[in-house]
Design a protein around this ligand. Structure first.
Ligand code: HAM
Length: 529
């Protein structure tokens, strides 16, 4: 007999169960309210995007893109790799004889048919690159088939081999549509901003979003493979430091409203394309001198991204890092002025901050302001929010080069965890969570009572009461026992006697007091609670 499968959620993902889900709703609702007062509106984004979008914006060399993305080829072209392998095999055997040559062309045709089908269904990318390759393959195949009639001449064989080589290269370069479950949403917001021409809107475009993100990280407390973010982005032509400060103010306002205690704001400026490259080179040179003392990750980063070494938490590297040159001393005049003004603007808003020269963030699109907020109760994964300015990103993704951007994302899982650890809201939904259990349990006895209670339940629910209406008839004791176990506040009892008298019996379950009431009195009685 086959084993009965026992399914569990996959590693690093989890269910958010009631009553905790009420706390999530409360957090999200409060964010909507606070962000709304700052003029932000919601954007709902797709969960998947083309892989290239993230590779280009977050950066090819980042941990997120190089190690953590969930990517897959669009399934209708799943067979393209197989067909490509088949073609390459036939290519190796091309000169063995006429049958092999025939098989070679057959394999090439099957591959091209699949690719063309994919283009139609948009599972192959219709990029310039792909279209040029596809066209070149068509021309080469044509020439090749034409020339093959004169095989046997030695000089022709060389020529044919050249064509074959180029065909092979072109076939290897055909790309299928690779999709990725979004590891973050800034790239998607920018993509949507450009796609929908939002730059024509007056003033700054202020958007917020909430939803799941996906990164293949090593799961631990506060770190999941499917996690949730509440994020906001400001896009427009201005990079005024007052925008940076207001975005941070909005965040702090939300945390205050949620009564998140002990949140610490860290800020930094990582310069721009005028001043950062020289600093990075200097950092690289200093790190080279200490290479042998560094761990494997940092050694690799000397080449790929020396700034990220500053993020290192490795105990053995802390002494070396403390002596490294600091970006603050290498900012150009414009970046320095911008950073100073951000700090002054934070001061105007009464926002306390810590400057942290090591705060570089793990995504490539940042420039100038970066910030992170830590919260207590989270162990090593204590960043509850991260963000910063990304002025070049819109241009990089093909939008107007003058568009500036800044934003943040809160890790909702961590925010909720920190609130729970502080006992704020507990697990029962916090200040927004209603006490558990329905307001009214409608106990009915007999067919006539059932039809009467269906109508009564509807009227009670329309008035906003939480009503539990048993779907089947139960014995009196069992029914009232269930009302107790569900922690209902009141049992409203309807049987033949009540129907005849035009009343219901209301029993307050906390103390057992009961009385008979007509419907209008029942409503006023319940409303008084
Ligand atoms: P990030 O720092 O990668 O930035 O993520 C922001 C926040 O998401 C983190 O501070 C953390 O709270 C949470 N987070 C990240 N990874 C995980 C995980 N595996 N499990 C649980 N929580 C996690 C961004 O994503 C940028 N898009 C933020 C941004 C918006 N910058 C500008 N605009």
């Amino acid at each position: 007999m086959a084993d009965k499968a026992k399914f569990q959620a996959i590693k690093g993902v989890r269910d958010i169960l009631p009553p905790e889900s009420a706390l999530w709703n409360y957090v999200e609702q409060t964010a909507r309210e606070v962000f709304g007062t700052f003029g932000f509106v919601e954007i709902r984004l797709p969960i998947m995007e083309q892989t290239d979008l993230f590779a280009r914006s977050v950066g090819q060399g980042t941990d997120i893109v190089s190690k953590e993305m969930y990517s897959f080829s669009d399934h209708t072209l799943r067979d393209l790799d197989g067909l490509r392998a088949q073609f390459l095999l036939q290519d190796l055997m091309f000169w063995l004889g006429p049958r092999e040559m025939e098989e070679y062309f057959k394999a090439l045709r099957s591959l091209l048919e699949a690719f063309d089908r994919g283009l139609k269904e948009e599972s192959a990318l219709g990029t310039e690159w792909n279209m040029a390759s596809r066209e070149r393959i068509g021309t080469l195949t044509h020439q090749f088939e034409h020339a093959i009639e004169s095989i046997g001449h030695a000089e022709n064989r060389d020529l044919l081999d050249e064509t074959r080589e180029e065909l092979k290269r072109q076939v290897e370069s055909l790309r299928v549509n690779v999709l990725t479950l979004r590891p973050e949403a800034t790239a998607s917001v920018v993509r949507a901003y450009i796609e929908h021409g939002m730059q024509v809107q007056p003033g700054n475009v202020k958007l917020y979003y909430m939803g799941p993100m996906f990164r293949r990280e090593r799961p631990q407390k506060g770190r999941y493979r499917q996690f949730y973010q509440i994020g906001a982005e400001v896009l427009g032509t201005s990079d005024a430091p007052g925008i940076d400060a207001e975005v941070i103010e909005m965040l702090m306002r939300l945390f205050e409203r949620l009564k998140l205690k002990g949140a610490v704001l860290n800020i930094n400026s990582i310069g721009d394309k005028n001043c950062r490259p020289a600093y990075v080179e200097q950092l690289r040179a200093e790190l080279q001198k200490e290479r042998e003392q560094l761990g494997a990750d940092s050694q690799r980063r000397i080449e790929t991204n020396p700034l990220r070494v500053l993020d290192s938490k490795l105990e053995s590297e802390q002494g070396i890092i403390a002596k490294l040159p600091r970006i603050a001393e290498h900012l150009c005049a414009d970046c320095r002025a911008h950073y100073d003004e951000v700090k002054r603007q934070l001061g105007l808003r009464g926002i306390a901050y810590q400057e942290n020269w090591r705060l570089v963030r793990g995504l490539d699109y940042y420039m100038r302001s970066t910030f992170e907020i830590t919260a207590p109760g989270l162990g090593s994964q204590n960043a509850v929010c991260g963000g910063g300015r990304y002025d070049g990103l819109v241009g990089l993704l093909g939008g107007p080069a003058t568009t500036k951007g800044i934003g943040f994302a809160i890790g909702t899982d961590r925010l909720v965890l920190s609130l729970q650890e502080a006992g704020e809201g507990g697990t029962t939904g916090g200040p927004a969570g209603k006490a558990v259990g329905p307001d009214v349990y409608l106990a009915w006895f007999g067919a006539a009572a059932q039809s009467a209670t269906i109508g009564l339940a509807r009227r009670l629910r329309d008035a906003g009461f939480v009503v539990e209406l048993p779907a089947v008839e139960m014995k009196f004791g069992k029914s009232l026992g269930l009302a107790d176990r569900l922690k209902a506040r009141h049992a409203v009892i309807v049987g033949d006697d009540e129907l005849a008298a035009g009343v219901v019996t209301v029993k307050r379950l906390s103390d057992g007091t009961q009385q008979k009431l007509g419907e209008p009195e029942l409503f006023s009685y319940l409303q008084a609670f």
